[in-house]
Design a protein around this ligand. Structure first.
Ligand SMILES: C[S@@+](CC[C@H](N)C(=O)[O-])C[C@H]1O[C@@H](n2cnc3c(N)ncnc32)[C@H](O)[C@@H]1O
Length: 862
């Protein structure tokens, strides 16, 4: 990270296209050149023409005029219309499409007809619509179109709501097979607002027959914030999370609340469409977007695959569609005036593409990436198998990556300094005969914590006897080199698994020597006493000292053990098992461990991309859905959030403030805070490790088994794809590290060493509005390895009485803060945090249950 300047960060590049409803131009390479000259990157093109539309309408009307009213047979089937006399659209003719295969085709986004209605309750209309789509897809595929924009499903048909989405989904499945190289973008509004779902002249929806439409009976459809997301969820699920199926998201003028935005942020939004009507005008009359719109675009543009932006109906491309271009009068993106410049005015310049200029300017104003974003480039939402540093020797490059962390080592140094100062201030006796504090870095790697310990000792003014233990023989070579060249031989190096290390040795003063044998004082049997190796003596060890020619070396305790053996879920790289192995070496009265404790935390998430990736891996690796992965989580949505008043207020304000000048980009644009709970914790030294039974050859590990069952209120409906795991650790006193999104900024902002962990679910679970997700998790061991097990249940609250039906269920758990490890302790009333009470008049009904997942096959060997 050194030498990096935020101003050098190129930021995301926007790919911007032009869309015009019913564009009738023949797209040639010259046209595409014109598009590029106008500073657009691409354009859309309708697959079929108005001629085709008229032809289908004509066909349908003559068919309908000859059709008898449907009659019911004896069992009530409307047989005549559905099963007899099918209507087939003849193949496309040359007047039906302006599209021709040429060099330009690959740079176009094809648009299928919006006048069809695949969801129609009238089977005739639904089938005709399906035929239109199939003809268009087949021709687009033939021409070499790579990207298709497919208008989303029509959700309202009188009093019917979302009834036909399954037909739509079925048609998309067929389309995916018909155009095997096409990427499909389902064009959806961010929310379902029935008032905005207007049918225009010529839409097939108008022609649905009365008998298939239910009467309205005064029914007034309501805005459903997750209505379009629901439809999308059904479509992609029935298409099995197809890798060529994406969302084209239409940004409305009035953005929905942040929790709706955050849901879309987790979905594969590969096109973002912004209609001219979603722009505001600044004082100078230039089109601009509100702060809330800008903030959402900024977030989407930081995704691993940033969406392309389609500007819709913003006027013609200069030089195309009959418009005249004035080359000199165009403002380039960088010349785009700021509000103040705009106010100053420059009447000579008339920008022919002001919306485009604005978006290009917005691109240049994107905030620089955070350290973790820069560090994680290419790793966003990318599944990685967790490291197994105990059984696998890490490579130098891996250590090098750790060592780039700007926070972790700094915090360790602070923790060690504080611990040493406290040791001196509290006048605690040390385990060293000369009063030095004996400090051992166990799992020293290439030595960064050794460096920090040396600095901390100087800073605290407390002398230390420094030991470094490392089992990776390759890293040990570097430790040897550093000891010679940097540490001036001050460090005693031990190449060993810390679990078989017998502890530091010191030279006792002769008088004391005669009194007691350290082996005896520690209760270590002679047979277990350690014999110094050549390495210890050669590299920093007290060379040449032996019982025969000077005071003997005797074993003693470690005063401060420093380690960094933590994984993304705290204990998943077996820190507890490793530190147990040196537990008895720590001074039993005053000895401390840095870290003193650590805890694992998790929360349920929606993560469609990760789910799809895990499913794809399952083809070659059946254990894939039962493996916890290290992932830099990005395109995810937290299903359980802390719905603080501040958040909802921000969301409301966000919706209310439309002018680009009046909102602040801070509180009103942050996605809701997740509700993250503590699974379990470990602390060191552990004074309660059971003794090894004499009959057993292995150290029992049962004390490191953990189990938890936590309940998460889910405010909004969604799909749970798994659990996101984090950790927190107390190094010493108030010096803490955290990857928990709730506490990380307060405890160790900008730390980059760890990505979160993801525990997938084989099958996503649907969560209802005001639902509850209960996750049960275990840390298991058989004394040879450690693994995790997890299962998820989903509950809905069902009213038990008529009176309850009238009230909105109040979710008791939804308003509590994210607990720390301490708060997991049982509360005075016996209720554990994360377990909520059920509101009066309701009962919990289990509506979903996952398999019990187990990572035993990928378990961590001890
Ligand atoms: C995550 S790395 C940390 C390295 C270094 N302390 C740092 O902070 O950059 C963990 C190190 O502990 C070592 N290690 C893991 N288990 C060990 C064990 N049982 N005994 C000795 N070393 C161990 C690994 O080889 C690795 O070098």
């Amino acid at each position: 990270m050194e030498g990096y300047s935020a101003s050098e960060d190129p930021g995301p590049t926007f790919c911007i296209g032009h869309h015009e409803t019913n564009r009738s131009v023949f797209v040639t390479p010259q046209v595409v050149r014109r598009v590029h000259e106008s500073n657009y990157d691409m354009m859309t093109v309708s697959i079929t023409t108005q001629h085709f539309h008229s032809r289908v309408l004509g066909l349908l009307s003559s068919y309908l005029s000859n059709l008898q009213s449907p009659t019911y047979d004896s069992i009530g089937t409307m047989a005549t219309t559905q099963n007899t006399r099918p209507l087939t659209i003849p193949p496309l003719s040359k007047l039906d499409s302006n599209l021709t295969p040429n060099d330009a085709t690959s740079q176009l986004v094809g648009v299928t007809s919006s006048w069809i209605d695949l969801c129609s309750p009238d089977p005739l209309i639904a089938d005709l619509s399906r035929q239109v789509l199939m003809l268009e897809v087949a021709y687009a595929a033939f021409c070499g179109i790579g990207y298709l924009l497919v208008p989303g499903p029509k959700l309202h048909h009188g009093s019917l709501h979302s009834e036909g989405v399954v037909y739509y989904a079925r048609a998309i499945q067929d389309a995916l097979n018909l155009g095997p190289y096409i990427q499909y973008h389902i064009w959806l509004p961010m929310l379902d607002n029935p008032e905005l779902e207007v049918d225009t002249m010529g839409d097939l929806a108008h022609l649905a027959r009365e008998e298939f439409l239910q009467s309205d009976d005064g029914f007034v459809p309501k805005v459903d914030l997750f209505g379009t997301w629901d439809a999308w969820d059904l479509i992609r699920k029935s298409c099995k999370y197809h890798t060529r199926l994406f969302v084209a998201l239409a940004m409305p003028k009035q953005l929905p609340p942040l929790y709706v935005q955050s849901r879309w942020h987790s979905e594969p939004v590969h096109l973002l469409t912004i209609d001219a009507s979603s722009f505001l005008k600044n004082q100078k009359g230039y089109p601009v977007l509100s702060k809330a719109h800008q903030a959402l675009i900024a977030k989407l543009m930081r995704l691993r695959t940033p969406p392309w932006i389609l500007l819709c109906n913003v006027g013609p491309i200069p030089g195309l569609d009959g418009s005249e271009e004035s080359e000199t009068s165009r403002l380039s993106g960088s010349d785009y005036p700021s509000l103040s410049q705009g106010a100053a005015g420059n009447k000579k310049h008339i920008d022919l593409t002001p919306h485009l200029s604005y978006i290009r300017n917005l691109q240049q104003r994107q905030p620089p990436r955070t350290p973790i974003e820069r560090f994680g480039t290419g790793y966003q939402d990318y599944l990685q198998a967790p490291l197994q540093p105990l059984t696998v020797n890490l490579e130098s490059i891996t250590y090098e990556v750790f060592e780039k962390d700007p926070i972790k080592y700094e915090w360790y140094e602070r923790a060690i300094t504080k611990a040493l100062k406290d040791w001196a201030e509290q006048k605690k006796p040390t385990s060293h005969p000369e009063g030095k504090v004996i400090l051992a870095v166990v799992g020293a790697g290439r030595g960064p914590l050794v460096n920090r310990a040396i600095k901390a000792s100087a800073e605290a003014g407390v002398e230390i006897d420094l030991w470094a233990v490392e089992k990776n023989q390759n890293a040990f070579v570097l430790l040897q080199r550093h000891n010679e060249t940097i540490w001036d031989g001050q460090v005693t190096l031990v190449q060993s698994d810390m679990r078989s290390w017998k502890g530091p040795r010191v030279r006792k003063p002769a008088a004391e020597e005669s009194q007691k044998n350290v082996g005896e004082s520690l209760g270590i049997e002679d047979s277990l006493l350690y014999t110094p190796t050549k390495e210890e003596n050669d590299f920093g060890g007290p060379t040449g000292l032996s019982n025969s020619n000077g005071p003997a070396l005797s074993y003693t305790h470690v005063d401060i053990v420093v380690s960094e053996l933590l994984g993304s879920f705290a204990d998943n790289e077996l820190s507890p098992e490793c530190l147990d192995g040196i537990n008895d070496l720590i001074n039993p009265v005053h000895g401390i461990s840095i870290p003193a404790s650590y805890s694992a935390h998790f929360t349920p998430i929606s993560a469609p991309k990760l789910h799809s990736d895990v499913m794809n891996q399952t083809v070659s690796n059946p254990a894939a859905p039962e493996t916890p992965y290290v992932v830099m989580l990005h395109a995810i949505d937290f299903l359980s959030t802390v719905d603080s008043p501040a958040n909802s207020e921000a969301a409301n304000q966000n919706a209310a403030n439309r002018s680009s000048g009046t909102t602040t980009i801070t509180a009103a644009t942050e996605f809701p805070t997740p509700f993250v709970q503590t699974a379990w914790s470990f602390s060191h030294p552990n004074r309660n490790i059971p003794a090894q039974p004499p009959s057993s050859s292995t150290i029992p590990n049962f004390h490191n088994v953990r189990q938890t069952r936590l309940s998460f209120p889910a405010q909004n409906r969604g799909a749970c794809h798994g659990l996101a795991g984090y950790f927190e650790t107390v190094l010493y006193g108030d010096v803490e590290l955290s990857t928990n999104p709730v506490t990380m900024d307060e405890k160790s902002a900008s730390m980059i060493s760890w990505f979160p962990i993801y525990f997938p679910l084989k099958t996503p679970l649907n969560v209802p509005d005001n639902g509850e997700i209960v996750a049960t998790m275990y840390r298991q061991t058989d004394d040879r390895k450690v693994w995790y097990e997890w299962m998820v249940e989903v509950f809905a609250l069902e009213p038990t009485s008529n009176s309850a039906r009238l009230t909105t269920p109040a979710m008791s758990g939804a308003h509590i803060g994210s607990p720390s490890a301490d708060s997991l302790k049982t509360k005075p009333n016996g209720q554990k945090q994360g377990h909520r009470s059920i509101p009066a008049g309701f009962r919990r009904v289990r509506v979903g249950l996952s398999d019990l997942h187990s990572s035993i096959k990928e378990g961590c060997l001890m």
